[in-house]
Ligand binder design. Sequence first.
Ligand code: 5GP
Length: 199
Amino acid sequence: MELLIEKIKNEGCVLSSSILKVDSFLNHQIDPHLMLEIGKEFAERFADSGITKILTIESSGIAPAVMAGLHLQVPVVFARKRKSLTLVNDLITASVHSFTKEETNEISISNKYLSENDKVLIIDDFLANGQAALGLIEIAIKAKASVEGIGIVIEKGFQEGGRILRNKGYRVESLAILNSLENGIVSFEKSTERKAELA
Ligand code: 5GP
């Protein structure tokens, strides 16, 4: 996705050989136009999957997920990381270790919003070791919903999440795949850049 790749090139900040900061358009300030395009791209890639619901995790998955929901015309549910006073009964939970925060959270959704009839598209901002996606898959499985695919805005291809999820048979669509963040330089996987050039 050309627009996303340009944004990463121009505004991404390499914090270490494993962390990319994109606070100016995705993780703190949000670029609505870019989010709309990201949502459209996910919707096109999963157009034939019969998606009935999008599942994401707070907070940075919400913006791209809502835009994908808008384009696919389906509701979006986000898993909460913190206990909520208004969300206490009939929870579906999973345990997720956060790569960036180095802590484990119990994530949860209400069982009201996911059922065995749902065909789920999981969306998240980053894919690193796959823990967030695996937690969301666990929630979908507990609700007896089917997981039709996983849409990721930025996949760090040098970490194991993509391989783990694809080896389990899940369809993972990442809009930008990074090869490396070594020496402060963002390097993209060739296929991602080629797709952006062709677009
Ligand atoms: P995973 O669960 O795949 O190990 O990590 C994905 C989650 O960690 C995402 O939800 C994202 O919030 C966060 N994350 C992982 N790597 C990065 C990164 O390089 N930059 C940012 N901003 N967030 C990341």
